[in-house]
Design a protein around this ligand. Structure first.
Ligand SMILES: [Zn+2]
Ligand SMILES: [Zn+2]
Length: 480
């Protein structure tokens, strides 16, 4: 479901790579100073046009030259913009994974049915050191801004490389073909993936694995993560179209960081092949075949793909981005009443309890002030439809502060976990030394409501009916 979670950030510390039973420590090498090229302009090159100096014939030629260059670059940039747009939903996507864990040390295990995988380090394939089946590579982030690689090749020999700025892996025969592998962050997580793999060094000193996958396979895995446990076929198909539309409308949100999507709810939840193991064989086969039935289908409204936000459960009315986060209303979404959510169904309502002083501390932290034990905290503004909390007021020692409803929820959740204020439709009730949070729904409440959609599917509604309910006046378009 679309709950948010934050992992503790590991402290920055040097990592020693060691293989067992033959330990080996890589030496940390300092980054050599890059050869810099200084550019300087002499005063003679200054343009005098603005000072009214008549333009002489050589200047005219120069101007013509400049204009033609500008025209050419305009054409080129138009061409590139078009290409960039087309790339938004290419048939392959690049997913940056495990970012929440901020890893500084990872272990990759390859399983390619007996075929070795070749590490390509700084552009050079290590042909003499392919990593055999069940071979292992360790990668650590270097304090000097490079990756360090330690591997055991097919001949069982250990190799090591430092000052690595570019690391990817290729199966021996076909470059960029997908393969099976596992990434371990020691003491934290083990995930299985299928795709091709690059490892990047991030500016914050952590390691970023980037997996390239087929788009439709990625959607199937996102859907499996998102609607875990849902059996109804039509809600699975609806979620597939919603997830594909979200990707299409948002495009590659992380293009500046050199990948398309992250694996958290910021983009869409993606847990790699591990999700199929958790889903079970029968349900996996079912999801994959249902997603094939929706191949290429995307939701459009007013001629544009809809940014199909989705939420585990709304409050009885869906929300829109401007209600929850403020800002522009240019999102192509409308609020709809959700009668499929009734009292007594999941998260309708939910109630949580916490010590009052904890809530006061979280609010004080958010406001950047120290609040007294007598501070009053209450919901001061709600949406007209759906009771979404838009503003929380804090009164203390004669002063009045306000916090946007979603920001208050995040501040409390970051301090005390996301299992406290489950949705953006909540109330704050004082009870002696405690605060009772009471609300309806799960998640931000915007757009497609997964639990409501499931109820619709149970009532025999088709995926088209479900989608048109949550996204009124929309069309489902075949993009490919
Ligand atoms: Zn993201
Ligand atoms: Zn709902």
């Amino acid at each position: 479901m679309t709950c948010c979670f934050y992992a503790a950030h590991p402290p920055a510390k040097p990592v020693t790579l060691t293989f067992h039973p033959a330990p080996l420590t890589l030496s940390t090498t300092k980054r050599e100073a890059a050869a810099g090229v200084a550019l300087s302009y002499s005063d003679n090159n200054k343009c005098n046009c603005s000072q009214g100096v008549p333009v002489s014939p050589p200047h005219t030629l120069y101007l013509l030259f400049v204009i033609s260059i500008m025209f050419f670059s305009f054409l080129t940039s138009a061409l590139f913009t078009k290409t960039a747009r087309a790339e938004k939903i290419g048939s392959r996507v690049r997913i940056g994974v495990l970012t929440l864990y901020k890893p500084q040390h990872i272990i990759i295990t390859f399983k390619r049915y007996g075929k070795p995988v070749i590490p390509v380090i700084n552009g050079e394939p290590l042909r003499d050191s392919p990593v055999g089946p069940d071979g292992t590579i360790e990668v650590a982030a270097d304090s000097a801004g490079y990756l360090r690689v330690l591997g055991r090749d097919s001949g069982n020999d250990i190799f090591s490389k430092s000052q690595v700025h570019n690391l990817r892996f290729a199966p021996s025969s076909i470059t960029n073909a997908p393969f099976d592998f596992e990434i371990t962050i020691p003491g934290k997580v083990i995930r299985k993936y299928y795709g091709s793999l690059e490892i990047k060094f991030r500016k914050n000193g952590t390691i970023l694995p980037v997996i390239t996958k087929n788009l439709e396979d990625y959607i199937a895995m996102v859907v499996a993560s998102e609607i875990k446990g849902f059996k109804e076929k039509e809600v699975i198909k609806a979620q597939a179209i919603v997830s594909r539309s979200y990707i299409t409308a948002h495009g590659a949100r992380h293009r500046k960081e050199d990948f398309d999507f992250c694996d958290t709810t910021h983009c869409q939840l993606f847990r790699g092949h591990s999700v199929w193991e958790e889903t079970g064989r029968a349900q996996t086969a079912k999801i994959k075949s249902l997603i094939r039935e929706t191949k290429g289908k995307v939701i459009y409204r007013n001629g544009k793909p809809v940014v199909t936000y989705y939420t585990a459960a709304c409050s009885g009315y869906t929300a829109t981005p401007d209600i929850i986060w403020g800002g522009s209303v240019d999102h192509n979404l409308v609020q709809v009443r959700d009668p499929f959510h009734k009292s007594g169904t999941k998260y309708f309502p939910w109630i949580r309890k916490i010590k009052r002083r904890n809530v006061i501390n979280a609010a004080g932290w958010k406001l950047g002030v120290t609040l007294s034990r007598d501070a009053r905290i209450y919901v001061s503004s709600r949406s007209e439809l759906g009771d979404y909390t838009q503003e929380v007021t804090v009164e203390d020692k004669g002063k009045v502060y306000t916090i946007q409803g979603d920001k208050f929820r995040r501040a409390v959740s970051r301090s005390f976990g996301w299992n406290l204020i489950l949705s953006n439709s909540y109330d704050i009730i004082r009870e002696d030394d405690y605060i009772i949070f009471k609300g309806r729904g799960f998640g931000h409440g915007i757009g497609f409501c997964q639990y409501g959609a499931r109820e619709m599917a149970k009532l025999g509604k088709s995926y088209t009916e479900i989608i048109q309910y949550y996204f009124p006046s929309s069309q489902i378009v075949d993009r490919y």
